[in-house]
Every structure is written in structure tokens, then in C-alpha cells.
Write a protein that binds this ligand. Structure first.
Ligand SMILES: C[S@@+](CC[C@H](N)C(=O)[O-])C[C@H]1O[C@@H](n2cnc3c(N)ncnc32)[C@H](O)[C@@H]1O
Length: 134
């Protein structure tokens, strides 16, 4: 397996983590989807509160987010990750044979992970060509 090393040195703190966990009202054996995986902070927090009989689905439209989570985040319960737009969630669920979900998390926006990576051209304060394409 190739380890991918990204520029972002900081661990991203998931926004309103405790509030998100409370709002999801997690059932230990439930099936949940985080459809804006980012760097996986919420995904990991959800996984830590579920039993091995639960199932987690992770989606992100950004292939680098999927790559990052695959290589850097340890998830100890059954799960699958997909580089997909969340518009494809229903199709993904069919593919997995998981037709009922107990909760879905949408944490809309860009990830600081993407913003801080100079190769992606968003960052204003480093000497790097701005691209603003995503
Ligand atoms: C604010 S970040 C999510 C952070 C994440 N909750 C965490 O704990 O690290 C938003 C993520 O949504 C993804 N995203 C934006 N639009 C999307 C879409 N239509 N489908 C899937 N992912 C999308 C971005 O690529 C980004 O990784």
C-alpha cells in the first residue's frame, strides 16, 4: 500500500463534534453515512461510538479526501469509502444492499485540508500559483 503524505500537518478538529454526535442519536448497531468525509474527523467520532455490528458509509467528491482517510484514519468497525458526490448516495446504498440508513451527516463546505494544500491553488499566503479550481 502506498502511504500518501499531505502537506496539512494539523489534525482537523471536526466542527461541533459533540453536537453532531448528539443530533445523530446514534444506535450502537445502526447504519450511518457521512457524505462529506473531509479528513474523517466526524466519521471517526461516529465510528468510535458504534459497535462492530454497525456499518458506516463514507463519501466525498474529492478523491484526496478519500485517500487521506484511507491512509491516515483508523476505523475499527465495518465501513466502506466511496469517492462519490453525495447525489449518488442512493445508488451507493443499493450497491451495498443497505437500503435503510439510521442517519446521514452532511457537513457542507470545503475542507481546510483542501484550502491549505498549495498544490490545489486556494491559499493566498504562500508563494504558489493561485488556481481556485476544484
Ligand atoms: C467541511 S468538509 C467536511 C469535514 C469533515 N466533516 C471532517 O470531519 O473532516 C466538506 C467536505 O465535503 C466535500 N464535498 C463538497 N461537496 C460535496 C458533494 N457534493 N458530494 C460529496 N462531498 C462533497 C468536500 O470535498 C469536503 O471534503
Amino acid at each position: 500500500m502506498t502511504m500518501v503524505k499531505y502537506e496539512t500537518p494539523t489534525i482537523h478538529m471536526p466542527v461541533l463534534r459533540d453536537e453532531v454526535i448528539a443530533a445523530l442519536n446514534l444506535q450502537p448497531e445502526g447504519v450511518y453515512a457521512d457524505v462529506t468525509l473531509g479528513t474523517g474527523g466526524h466519521f471517526q467520532a461516529i465510528a468510535a461510538r458504534l459497535s462492530p455490528k454497525a456499518f458506516l458509509i463514507g463519501l466525498d467528491a474529492d478523491p484526496m479526501a478519500i485517500d487521506y482517510v484511507r491512509n491516515n484514519i483508523r476505523i475499527n468497525i465495518p465501513h466502506q469509502l466511496f469517492n462519490q458526490n453525495f447525489a449518488e448516495l442512493e445508488r451507493v446504498c443499493y450497491r451495498l444492499g443497505r437500503l435503510e440508513l439510521d442517519g446521514v451527516l452532511f457537513d457542507l463546505g470545503l475542507s481546510s485540508f483542501a484550502l491549505e494544500d498549495t498544490r490545489r491553488g486556494f491559499f493566498l499566503f504562500k508563494r504558489w500559483a493561485a488556481r481556485y479550481a476544484f
